[in-house]
Design a protein. Structure first.
Length: 66
């Protein structure tokens, strides 16, 4: 299944920034690294509005999986 932890399909969980099947501290770290970056092509810009900010953080928290 797409949502299994071993899945490499990153589209199943948009906030899975490192594509490991989980949304956790590693993904949060990636998001912080790119914080305030202004590029729609960065995976950390989860909602693709052109900036990594609080909205992306909120989406990451929604998908959080431990």
């Amino acid at each position: 299944p797409i949502n299994s932890p071993t899945s490499t399909d990153c589209s199943a969980r948009p906030a899975d920034l490192n594509c490991d099947g989980k949304v956790n501290l590693t993904d949060f770290s990636i998001l912080l690294y790119y914080w305030d970056s202004r590029d729609k092509n960065i995976r950390a810009d989860i909602n693709k509005d052109g900036i990594v900010n609080l909205v992306d953080f909120s989406i990451l928290l929604y998908w959080w999986s431990n």
